[in-house]
Design a protein around this ligand. Structure first.
Ligand code: SF4
Ligand code: SF4
Length: 472
């Protein structure tokens, strides 16, 4: 029985409900009156149910599809302005006891180079990341209780927060590690993590069990219920995602939104972010083996429909996607991107050797962070290194009330400009700095509140004079 309030995976991600939703969406894919009604609901910016959103995703009417893309772009503008938050992944260890068939770190891959960073190596990686200008990291590890226990992750977080190199600092560490216990989530919370990220990979239980034939991750229910345990452990910012390409995308889309509805129904707050990775080539992995791959148009439609369905949830796209694809989806709802990423263990401090095969996936966008920052600004976006909410304790529902109060423009916007100014002062190439300086002067005028604008201007002057770390 479908029940969003249940704590049982198969009740809140209910296969029957998903199949009925898909049949309903298909039946109504040309139902102009219903689609218009849903679009009207969506224009109120309060989100959509998984059923309504599934109809939009399946919509086969060209003019309505145009309206969907326009609305997604408008919601993106209203909620996130032209800001894009920057982050980088940091791979700590690729030891893994699981058998995920789509990932090169699976336990049976005997020829991949296995590596776990020592605390000194973490220091070198973090200094390299700070020297690029990053302030926000996502830690990544495989699952291995012996080689990579929770104590190692906690120690690494402590090391990362403790590194102060020149003007650099990592101000928010998000963590993407395997599903674990309430107690371990509590320890992660105490260590000061930002978001706990865990991709579901696929919401279809049968496919999930086939794609994860061995190891603790095989347990679908334990994995699917992880976000509830994280919230019970006090983590109120969680990041969901599926790996598009493993299962039919319509199924995943409905599952993802049902997961968001479940978290909202039980904990009063939906996911902080949703990631939309697509399966990529890697050592021992050929993406063509998976026959549910999606093309760029479908990918764009998914992003647009997620944006409309959960307007308050940040959306992340990584360097798995090409520059061209990222450019397109930025306008449709993406609010966070990675830049200058390395997906191998130790890839920042040491130049990745040709023969190194320790990356989790091949990158489509290999540009350096400075190029990405310049490119974003040339497209009219503001790259933001803001981490203010987390540091001000605005997490979970406190963060959501900031979004819902309409004060984002008086908060995120000045924070974006101030953290960009820090970046320009400390790390940018001369041309990037020139473009950025002009952008900041222009964008300062877009802070609606006069008082906030004056304070932001003053802080910007102080940053030019060498001070750091202002925030609203
Ligand atoms: S996806 Fe994660 S759990 Fe699965 S093999 Fe890769 S690193 Fe291990
Ligand atoms: S102020 Fe908060 S919501 Fe806005 S960009 Fe910064 S961290 Fe994100």
């Amino acid at each position: 029985m479908y029940n969003p309030k249940s704590l049982q995976a198969e009740e809140f991600i209910n296969d029957e409900e998903i199949l009925e939703t898909l049949a309903y969406a298909e039946k109504n894919s040309r139902n102009a009156a219903l689609i218009d009604e849903i679009l009207e609901k969506a224009r109120q910016r309060k989100g959509l149910s998984h059923r309504d959103a599934a109809v939009l995703l399946d919509c086969k009417l060209e003019d309505r599809n145009q309206a969907i893309f326009e609305l997604a772009g408008q919601i993106k503008k209203d909620f996130y302005g032209n800001r894009i938050v920057m982050f980088a992944p940091l791979y700590l260890s690729n030891y893994c006891v699981n058998g995920c068939v789509y990932c090169p770190y699976h336990a049976k891959n005997k020829h991949i180079r296995r590596k776990k960073l020592s605390q000194d190596e973490i220091r070198a990686e973090v200094i390299a990341l700070q020297d690029m200008g990053h302030k926000r990291l996502a830690l990544e590890t495989g699952e291995d209780p012996v080689n990579c226990p929770i104590e190692y992750v906690l120690e690494s977080i402590d090391t990362i927060y403790g590194i102060k190199h020149k003007n650099g600092a990592i101000r928010r560490v998000n963590v993407n590690i395997a599903a674990t216990t309430v107690e371990n989530y509590r320890r992660l919370k105490e260590a000061g993590i930002g978001t706990y990220i865990l991709f579901q990979e696929t919401y279809n239980k049968k496919s999930y069990e086939e794609l994860h034939p061995t190891g603790p991750k095989h347990n679908y229910n334990y994995h699917t219920e992880a976000m509830d345990r994280a919230m019970q452990g006090g983590i109120d910012d969680v990041g969901c995602g599926v790996l598009f390409g493993l299962e039919g995308y319509r199924y995943e889309f409905a599952g993802l939104l049902m997961h968001a509805e479940h978290l909202e129904a039980v904990h009063g707050v939906g996911p902080h972010t949703i990631s939309v990775p697509r399966i990529r080539r890697a050592d021992d992995i050929d993406p063509d083996v998976f026959d549910n791959g999606i093309d760029d148009d479908t990918f764009a439609k998914i992003v647009a429909c997620i944006r409309i369905a959960v307007p308050y949830t940040g959306m992340i796209v990584s360097t798995r996607e090409s520059q061209k694809c990222r450019e397109r989806v930025l306008k449709l709802g993406i609010s966070q991107i990675s830049g200058g990423s390395r997906t191998s263990v130790g890839g920042y401090a040491e130049e990745e050797a040709e023969e190194d095969n320790s990356a989790q996936f091949d990158l489509s966008d290999r540009r350096m962070l400075d190029e990405v920052v310049r490119w974003l600004m040339q497209l009219g976006h503001i790259p933001s290194f803001c981490t203010a909410c987390y540091r001000e304790g605005r997490t979970g529902d406190r963060f959501m009330s900031l979004c819902k109060s309409g004060q984002i423009q008086n908060c995120c916007h000045p924070n974006a400009l101030m953290t960009l100014e820090e970046y320009l002062q400390d790390y940018a190439a001369p041309e990037t700095r020139r473009i950025g300086d002009e952008l900041i002067v222009r964008e300062l005028q877009n802070i609606p509140n006069e008082k906030v604008r004056a304070i932001a201007k003053d802080h910007l002057e102080q940053i030019s004079a060498g001070k750091r770390d202002f925030r609203f």
